[in-house]
Design a protein around this ligand. Structure first.
Ligand SMILES: *Cc1c(COP(=O)(O)O)cnc(C)c1O
Length: 308
């Protein structure tokens, strides 16, 4: 068994397709699927192929992701970048059917031939054009479209205000703003919402023990414990898991393995669900003291992918 087969990442492509379809119907505007960071670890090429017939295009962070994922060849859908331009060579973008986000006058000038999109700062204060430089940026290149990275509704509204009367295509909404009609503007850019309820990540119990406390590095106590071959080197942290449908805890995480709480019914070979079924990203994120995005990015890369 290859080492990464100890952790299985099952991805339900049909579910992802259905999620996209539902978002498109619900919002009624253009849908640009965010497949940056290798589709949050789920595999940008396969996800993009799956979504090609329901989306208007794809969003990556930088140009090289579109190249590596062969997004244009596989989907024939246009691509935009969300991050700062890594290259100022317009031809490199045109060749890949990628339009760059720009936020400075210099970037606007250099990439004028690549149909650039202006990223406007409404609060994030990184790779975005400050409001007082919008006029100059818009005269430095022929710009037809602008967006903002909005974590709150007021940022979407701020974009509308700043761009009033300029006749540009506008977008702001990621997954968190899909339900607000005033945030939808001309297009939505969900990432996480596409992948909801479509992923199950498991590792089998390779050992079960009646515990002689103290156990492990930390000397924790338990009645019984199981062992999985997934540790912090693969991004795992302490938090909830599911075994045979019951919520359990990951008690201690080592580099390549972890101790999990088990009951008398749990046996070697049983699956420990690290994410999926009734275990939500939000539950794990709370235990990890981080965002659901970070949990998915870490766990999706923890093992071998199987597409369904
Ligand atoms: C990542 C990202 C998105 C998608 O965010 P989700 O919360 O995953 O929907 C949208 N817009 C920008 C600018 C982003 O960086």
């Amino acid at each position: 068994m290859p080492a990464d087969a100890y952790v299985i990442v099952e991805i339900d492509l049909q579910r992802i397709h259905a999620n996209a379809q539902r978002i498109a119907e619900h919002t009624g505007v253009e849908l640009w699927a965010v497949v940056k960071s290798d589709a949050y670890g789920l595999g940008a090429s396969r996800i993009a192929e799956t979504l090609a017939d329901v989306v208007d295009g794809f969003c990556v962070f930088q140009l090289h992701e579109a190249v590596e994922g062969e997004l244009w060849n596989r989907t024939h859908k246009p691509i935009i970048t969300l991050g700062p331009p890594h290259s100022l060579d317009a031809a490199a973008y045109l060749a890949q059917h990628v339009r760059p986000a720009i936020s400075t006058i210099e970037q606007a000038r250099s990439l004028a031939d690549a149909d650039p999109i202006l990223c406007v700062d409404t609060g994030m204060q990184r790779f975005a054009c400050p409001p007082e430089q919008i006029d100059d940026a818009l005269t430095a290149a022929p710009i037809r479209e602008a967006f903002t990275h909005a974590s709150r509704l007021d940022q979407a509204h701020r974009l509308t205000e700043l761009m009033r009367g300029r006749n540009l295509k506008l977008h702001a909404a990621a997954s968190n703003l899909l339900d607000d009609p005033t945030a939808r503007l001309d297009a939505v850019r969900p990432g996480l919402a596409l992948y909801r309820d479509a992923v199950r990540i498991t590792a089998p119990l390779v050992e079960v023990h009646e515990t002689r406390s103290p156990v492990g590095y930390s000397g924790f106590s338990a009645q019984r414990h199981g062992v999985i071959l997934c540790g912090y080197a693969r991004g795992l942290r302490r938090g909830p898991c599911l075994i045979n449908g019951e919520k359990r805890q990951i008690l201690e995480v080592g580099m390549q393995s972890a101790y999990v709480e088990i009951s008398t019914r749990d046996c070697v070979g049983d699956s420990v669900v690290l994410y999926g079924e009734s275990l939500e990203l939000a539950d794990i994120a709370r235990a990890w003291n981080t965002s659901p995005h970070e949990v998915l990015c870490r766990l999706a890369r923890a093992g071998m992918r199987i597409y369904r």
